[in-house]
Design a protein around this ligand. Structure first.
Ligand code: SIN
Length: 317
């Protein structure tokens, strides 16, 4: 059976499948659907310094091809996370990644200092990219200088692996990727949700209370894949692909464009057990093609070359 283990910025993973923040509780809530040992890592919902009630309802709306959300980083704050969540994570049979968020640049470093002390946490994912908070201000990852300042602060606070989660809602994601790498990020998660909206033409009512929200799911895969590819070309640190992943072939596509691992998110809402089978399905696809190690696929994308039949047809036209 093909080897699936990968390294993600210093974090050794038994396989390249991670849960995406905000779609799987803090991780163990879902263990009866997806056993932790079937995953490379569990990524928590974003944790902030203070509790946050989140945005007014409705804050989830289905679309033809995915989901809109405007949760607003609802969570019970770091104290409750340390007290009620982390002790149980010590027994999770996979790596544990805590996703952190803040209202100001300094909040992230403060959270990193606190979590650095906790042995249950294997890595930090820095949420630079939630589109649903900050009073209409743009997320931290839309400005390379701000993204760099956040990651620099987190880097100074911990030597645990630091993943920077980037937004696709930017002109050149490569610029942001380079800024985070220069500030000391060990890996990049590409990407968070696209900014979107929906409306009912009959009532004129938007699908969610904040009108705009984060769009995720199968519809964003081509955009997210493009972002992951651009990041992989821009930096040397590993990329964790995220966006529209629900099948083993999606996982492999992200690896081919240069990702070392992936996160599975919106598909967990319709079937939280699906993620548990992905690693075995990836291994079968690799076995069927005689690929002994999943790492052989990472970054194996090649230039487009027309097939001989296509080239002949074009030549005749
Ligand atoms: C939210 O809580 O609003 C979503 C989290 C995110 O997009 O980072």
């Amino acid at each position: 059976m093909a080897s699936l283990s990968v390294d993600c910025g210093g974090l050794a993973l038994r396989n390249p499948i991670l849960s995406a923040s905000g779609t799987f509780g803090h991780g163990l809530e879902m263990q009866h659907f997806a056993a932790p040992h079937s995953l490379g890592a569990l990524v928590s919902k974003t944790v902030t310094l203070k509790p946050r009630p989140g945005n007014p309802h409705p804050r989830i709306a289905e679309t033809e091809a995915g989901l809109l959300n405007s949760i607003g980083l609802e969570n019970r704050g770091i104290e409750a996370y340390l007290r009620d969540v982390l002790p149980a994570m010590a027994s999770a049979d996979c790596a544990v990644v805590t996703n952190i968020g803040g209202e100001k640049v300094e909040d992230f470093a403060e959270l990193a200092r606190i979590l650095h002390e906790r042995s249950e946490v294997d890595a930090l994912e820095v949420n630079l990219s939630c589109p649903n908070v900050q009073g209409g201000k743009l997320p931290f990852s839309t400005d390379p200088r701000v993204a760099q300042a956040v990651i620099r602060g987190v880097r100074a606070a911990t030597n645990k692996p630091v993943f920077a989660k980037l937004s696709p809602n930017v002109t050149d994601i490569g610029d942001i990727a380079r800024a985070c790498e220069a500030a000391g990020a060990d890996a990049l998660t590409a990407v968070n949700t696209l900014l979107g909206m929906s409306v009912d033409w009959r009532t004129g009512a938007p699908g969610i209370n904040t009108v705009m929200g984060g769009y995720s799911g199968v519809g964003i895969k081509p955009v997210a894949l493009r972002c992951a590819w651009q990041c992989a070309r821009a930096v040397k640190i590993p990329i964790i692909g995220c966006g529209g992943i629900g099948k083993a072939s999606d996982v492999l596509e992200y690896l081919v464009v240069g990702c070392s691992a992936v996160q599975v998110g919106t598909s967990c809402f319709s079937d939280p057990s699906n993620i548990a089978g992905l690693a075995a399905e990836v291994a079968s696809l690799l076995d069927a093609r005689g690929i002994a190690d999943v790492r052989a696929l990472i970054g194996s994308i090649r230039a487009f070359a027309p097939s001989p039949a296509c080239a002949t047809a074009v030549g005749k036209a």
